[in-house]
Design a binder for this molecule. Structure first.
Ligand code: PMP
Length: 421
């Protein structure tokens, strides 16, 4: 598969344009039909599809390497450990973290944020302290903070956005105070596609000595993340948004902070010694990985990173931006269509409503045409409230989407309007 990726990259270099049709052929599920029509998959912001390389890497692990990690002296246990820890090193390189001690495998972004909430925030919070988030957050970056605030007497503060779906940076800065113990913000909004000014956010918070967690679930597949360049303290993402498997994700944490944090779950693998009088903790990163981890998921995630880097993340990003621009221009021609989220810097997400058609009806009509979009609140109810809509329809683009997918989307939207006219 590295070969297919290399071919796609070579083709992109030769033509000056990323060859999405070639990338598309790497994803077997995209060859299927839905409701008698070739599938157009525009729901990658919810979960991206997996290329053959990822499916093959997981299959290879399951077929040849599987045993429990870390504790065994036998050949398979050592092979599984090597594969699992090799995947950790792959993630470290992808994020440009300083050390694999800073890479903790989790079930996904949600678990990573909960880990920080319980293990970092909870011991640092007292009544009157504050956690600062933005109005753009996914529920995964709201609810864990509400839970920890309820347990400690701290308060959740929210930095507002404007009509375009951009953070009001001045107001964000004004909310930073000696009471702020942590800033937690999306890198990219899943509901609107807004790319947040995360470097400025980190700089403003650090100027006051406040650590920053970035929710990178929507960012890593669309331009990537360099945690040293961002200078963030925590970074979270999920494998399944990055062409990898579900049930695997990771938390990056600055080593000095992770060292001071207590474990949040107890069990096997996270200890050095256990007696009934007490236990001592394993080194980083295993201190935060209680129980048997998701080894095949980690291997699949590493393969997904190889795949994306083989395609060229910048070429993929440019391709997705071109599709977004094309879809946006065509969507604006549809009478009654309102785009929700018009930030100047957007990932390839087109959120919209059409007057007189409920987004769920729209989603169903499009599905009859074989076009998969997402409809609903996108686990970002406060964003829906801000724009005074109950739900939106959302088309999101990935490396495997082609111009024809945009054409099919737009044609299906026109057809839907006729049904309701
Ligand atoms: N944050 C954002 C911005 C997301 O888009 C998502 C997934 N929709 C999450 C967090 C949660 O990710 P997961 O469900 O994989 O834990």
């Amino acid at each position: 598969m590295a070969t297919a990726a290399a071919t796609a990259t070579a083709a992109a270099l030769a033509t000056g344009r990323f060859d999405a049709a070639r990338a598309r052929a790497d994803f077997p599920i995209l060859a299927r039909e839905v409701n008698g029509r070739p599938l157009v998959y525009l729901d990658s912001a919810a979960s991206a599809q997996r290329p053959r390389a990822v499916i093959a890497a997981v299959d290879h692990y399951e077929t040849h390497l599987h045993a429990n990690v870390h504790r065994g002296v036998h050949t398979l246990s050592q092979a599984a450990t090597e594969a699992f820890e090799g995947a950790r090193e792959r993630v470290r390189r992808f994020l440009n973290a300083r050390s694999t001690k800073e890479i903790i495998f989790t079930r996904g972004t949600t678990e990573a944020i909960n880990l920080v909430a319980q293990s970092y925030a909870r011991p640092h919070l007292a009544p009157g302290d504050e956690i600062l988030v933005t109005w753009l957050e996914h529920h995964a970056n709201i609810v864990p903070w509400q839970m920890v605030c309820a347990a400690t007497g701290a308060t959740l503060r929210v930095a507002p956005i404007d009509e375009r779906g951009e953070l009001r940076f001045d107001e964000f800065q004004a909310l930073l105070s000696p009471r702020t113990k942590l800033v937690a913000t999306a890198h990219v909004s899943n509901a609107l596609g807004t790319v947040l000014p995360v470097k400025q956010i980190v700089a403003a918070a650090h100027a006051r000595g406040i650590p920053v967690l970035l929710d990178g679930a929507q960012a890593v597949a669309h331009g990537g993340a360099d945690v040293q360049a961002l200078d963030c303290d925590f970074y979270a993402f999920s494998g399944h948004k990055l062409y990898g498997p579900t049930g695997i994700g990771m938390l990056y944490g600055r080593e000095a902070l992770l060292r001071e944090m207590p474990p949040w779950q107890g069990g096997g693998d996270m200890i050095l010694s256990v007696t009934f009088e007490g236990s001592t903790w394993n080194d980083l990163p295993w201190k935060f990985e209680a129980g048997t981890p998701n080894m095949s998921g980690a291997v699949g995630l590493a393969a997904a990173i190889d795949y994306l880097e083989g395609l060229g993340p910048q070429a993929v990003h440019a391709h997705e931006q071109r599709l977004l621009a094309k879809a946006t221009a065509a969507a604006l021609e549809i009478p009654g269509l309102r785009i929700i989220g018009t930030a100047s810097d957007k990932a390839a997400v087109l959120s919209f409503t059409i007057e007189g058609i409920h987004p769920h009806d729209l989603g169903t009509i499009l599905d009859h045409e074989g076009v998969a979009i997402r409809t609903g609140h996108h686990c970002a109810m406060p964003v829906m409230d801000f724009f005074k809509v109950a739900a939106t329809a959302r088309a999101s683009f990935a490396c495997y989407n082609v111009d024809g997918d945009v054409d099919r989307l737009i044609a299906a939207l026109h057809a839907a309007r006729e049904v309701f006219a």
